[in-house]
Write a protein that binds this ligand. Structure first.
Ligand SMILES: Nc1nc2c(c(=O)[nH]1)N[C@H]1C(S)=C(S)[C@@H](COP(=O)(O)O)O[C@H]1N2
Ligand SMILES: [Mo]
Length: 243
């Protein structure tokens, strides 16, 4: 299996409890962006958490996201300069500012954010525009089968089938916990695909391209994750709760 958000061993050998607790301390002290140690830790701990069944969230700092960026960079854009492009297989391509998004009917989602490597942040409040509303505004052309996302980090991509994209719990989020989505969390605008693992939620959202037929797999899917990243039902989670 080629699944690794980390470059370190994806299947760590089980470690003893003292080492384990020490490492949790390390993680708490340095939940640093881009920390390979942290990623390694999550993978190394999976066998333990699987055995005692309590899950990583019991041990790791509560309410903390890990900040991920495949480029090792946190690209930034001012709210004032931000533009979202919606194009491809649509009748009316759009270029929307942050204010344009805010002027559309808002959707609030209070849901968990869960990474496939095991961490979960409970009950996060996201606000944004339903992806379906954006797609309808752009006007889907016959044969539109999927949606691809590009990040202004220049590297990350994601995609959804049209059926997934039109779900009411998939939003283009401009606010998290009542504030503009921060730079490290992929702001000012990111995708939030509530029913799927975090990797589907493209940060620093730059463009949405509607495609005819099947969409291309995204960045992590090229590297082994399931295209249909349903929480609990993908990436071997049903029968094997470790990553
Ligand atoms: N552009 C971009 N989007 C991304 C990623 C990334 O590295 N780059 N990582 C994904 C993964 S694996 C997860 S779990 C979430 C993490 O979101 P956070 O950094 O806000 O915690 O973002 C997803 N979207
Ligand atoms: Mo993730």
């Amino acid at each position: 299996m080629a699944r690794a958000e980390a470059t370190a061993p994806e299947k760590g050998t089980p470690v003893g409890r003292r080492v384990f607790l020490g490492m949790v301390g390390l993680a708490a002290a340095g939940v640093a962006f881009g920390s390979k140690a942290q990623d390694w830790l999550e993978h190394a701990l999976a066998p333990i958490t699987a055995r005692d069944g309590t899950g990583l969230s019991t041990f790791l700092p509560v309410g903390r996201f890990r900040i991920y960026s495949v480029t090792g960079d946190l690209p930034g854009k001012n709210v004032a300069d931000y533009r979202l492009k919606v194009g491809g297989h649509v009748s009316q391509p759009l270029t929307l500012s942050y204010a344009d998004l805010q002027a559309m009917p808002p959707t609030d989602l209070n849901k968990d954010f869960q990474c496939v490597t095991g961490w979960r942040v409970h009950n996060v409040k996201w606000t944004g525009v339903r992806l379906g509303d954006l797609l309808n505004r752009a006007g889907l052309m016959p044969g539109a089968g999927g949606v691809q996302f590009r990040s202004f980090d220049g590297a990350y991509t994601e995609s959804l089938t049209m059926e997934q994209a039109l779900r009411p719990d998939v939003i283009v989020a401009y606010s998290m916990e009542g504030k503009t989505v921060s730079r490290e969390h992929g702001g000012p605008v990111r995708l939030y695909v509530a029913p799927m693992y975090g990797y589907k939620s493209c940060k620093w959202l730059d463009a949405i391209d509607v495609v005819a037929g099947k969409p291309e797999p995204g960045y992590w899917e090229e590297r082994g994750y399931d295209v249909d990243g349903w929480v609990g039902k993908s990436n071997g989670r049903d029968d094997k709760p470790t990553s």
